[in-house]
Design a protein around this ligand. Structure first.
Ligand code: SF4
Length: 316
């Protein structure tokens, strides 16, 4: 319906490159195509670039616009060539339901897993997307702590968390939750939340806060790397059932002190702890850091030396 109506859609730069729409240099393979519907958001989260008035950005990356038809045709081809193995539709809170439905239909025809990252309001809405053929739906808490919620998001934490847990119970293994590290949350509060979400079979996608110019939090610092590494490691070990929550020791400030684990840096499986997390195959290259800066989430498998550096950074 929308294909021949000059409708534009955003793609991440890495996706534009993979789809052959932009001739730029990207140094990592990106098999998830990230598409953006909506050029602004009705919500006013203090950390998000989509709630600004001028130049828009979701996280730190830009979303150049292309003709929908061109994107869909190119996507079809790259899926056939196995260059794209997942599509992630990111949708802002704005009136774009008909376009979203149409695009879900187009992508379902390509026979490729589809993730939907959108602010959903109810179980009925989630069920409708799953019935249309979406593989994973996000119910994003974004922030770990209720006290940060009202300050930075201005909506109810309790309602969002209730919806998340109810969705996980009803749609097992279908729900993803984005969590951003870098506000007032302690490590203990993060780990308690990870443990609860993992026990509900919710896929947790970790993000490091990135200050976006022009937002209220443009001067807010990024999280300390040691804290981020400890959280990545612990989340990975809990997900893999290699450790139980009770084994983790915290100090009086809620910092992870010890986890009674000895790491073998030659174990390449540990790479997964520090790689981008979320839906299978999601790499989100440079979403939360500049390519020249230390990587919070690696968009590729780490070498043994890189694993060793990350474990050292964790201090565990
Ligand atoms: S984890 Fe990645 S693929 Fe899944 S919804 Fe989030 S950004 Fe999209």
């Amino acid at each position: 319906m929308f294909l021949n109506n000059n409708v534009k859609i955003g793609t991440s730069l890495s996706t534009a490159y993979t789809l052959g729409l932009r001739n730029i240099r990207i140094d990592v393979e990106c098999k998830t195509a990230y598409l953006l519907i909506g050029s602004s958001c009705e919500r006013a989260c203090d950390f998000c670039g989509m709630s600004k008035k001028e130049e828009k950005s979701l996280s730190r990356i830009k979303w150049p616009l292309f003709d929908l038809k061109e994107v869909v045709e190119s996507l079809k081809l790259k899926v056939q060539e196995k260059k794209i193995e997942r599509v992630c539709l990111q949708v802002t809170c704005s009136d774009n339901g008909a376009l979203l439905k149409d695009l879900i239909y187009q992508i379902k025809e390509m026979n490729v897993p589809l993730s939907l990252s959108k602010s959903v309001e109810s179980l009925v809405e989630i069920e409708a997307y799953l019935e249309l053929g979406v593989d994973k739906v996000t119910v994003n808490l974004d922030l770990v702590q209720e006290r940060d919620y009202l300050s930075y998001k201005g909506i109810s934490y309790v309602e969002k968390k209730e919806l998340l847990i109810a969705a996980a119970k009803k749609f097992s293994n279908k729900i993803v939750c984005h969590i951003i590290i870098g506000f007032s949350e302690s490590e203990q509060e993060c780990v308690e939340l990870f443990n609860a979400l993992i026990n509900h079979r919710i896929t947790v996608a970790l993000f490091a806060f990135f200050p976006i110019k022009g937002t209220k939090l443009e001067n807010h610092p990024q999280p300390e790397m040691g804290k981020y590494r400890r959280l990545q490691l612990v989340k990975y070990l809990l997900e893999q059932k290699k450790m139980v929550f009770e084994k983790i020791k915290f100090d009086k400030f809620g910092k992870i002190n010890s986890i009674s684990e000895v790491f073998d840096v030659m174990d390449r499986n540990l790479s997964k702890a520090f790689q981008t997390t979320g839906c299978q195959g999601c790499t989100r290259p440079y979403y939360t850091e500049r390519p020249s800066a230390p990587l919070y989430n690696f968009p590729y498998a780490l070498s043994c030396q890189e694993i060793e550096v990350c474990i050292k950074e964790s201090g565990l």
